[in-house]
Design a protein around this ligand. Structure first.
Ligand SMILES: Cc1cc2nc3c(=O)[nH]c(=O)nc-3n(C[C@H](O)[C@H](O)[C@H](O)COP(=O)(O)O)c2cc1C
Length: 123
């Protein structure tokens, strides 16, 4: 399963292309199975607050993080939400995607997903 957060639609678009089981993070949804997290980057290299709250509740089950950012923000903070989450939870940063990314990003995410959970496609 992929748990994702998307504000302006880039992450949502990528998730829709991946054909993998996914749900959008909502307040107070708790999760008791392993999942991969896919988030955008907010502020100046920050983890979106709804993602922070979700991880406070469900961080234990997170097996890896994918992040979307905008490389125009500069190398220091590009996709930095992903670096912060990977360091905090000590999980792999699977991929840093620039905006909606490219097909090699999608393949890398799908490959990691398969390593974690086996072949499981929807749609
Ligand atoms: C207010 C704001 C702050 C942002 N800060 C960063 C940032 O520090 N680093 C970065 O890489 N991208 C930053 N971004 C870009 C978004 O993370 C990027 O566009 C991402 O693809 C958005 O995903 P979404 O469309 O699923 O919400 C920011 C975007 C906004 C609107």
């Amino acid at each position: 399963m992929i748990a994702y957060a998307s504000r302006t639609g880039n992450v949502r678009y990528i998730v829709s292309r991946l054909q993998l089981p996914a749900f959008e993070i909502e307040e107070n949804r708790s999760f008791t199975d392993p999942y991969l997290l896919f988030t955008y980057t907010d502020g100046i290299g920050e983890v979106p607050s709804k993602v922070k709250r979700f991880l406070e509740q469900n961080g234990n089950y997170c097996r890896g993080v994918i992040v979307s950012g905008n490389s125009n923000f500069g190398h220091q903070v590009f996709g930095a939400a992903g670096d912060a989450i990977a360091a905090e939870l000590q999980i792999p940063l699977i991929r840093k995607v620039d905006m909606r990314g490219f097909s090699d990003d999608y393949t890398a995410i799908q490959d990691f997903y398969e390593q974690c959970f086996g072949k499981e496609r929807v749609g």
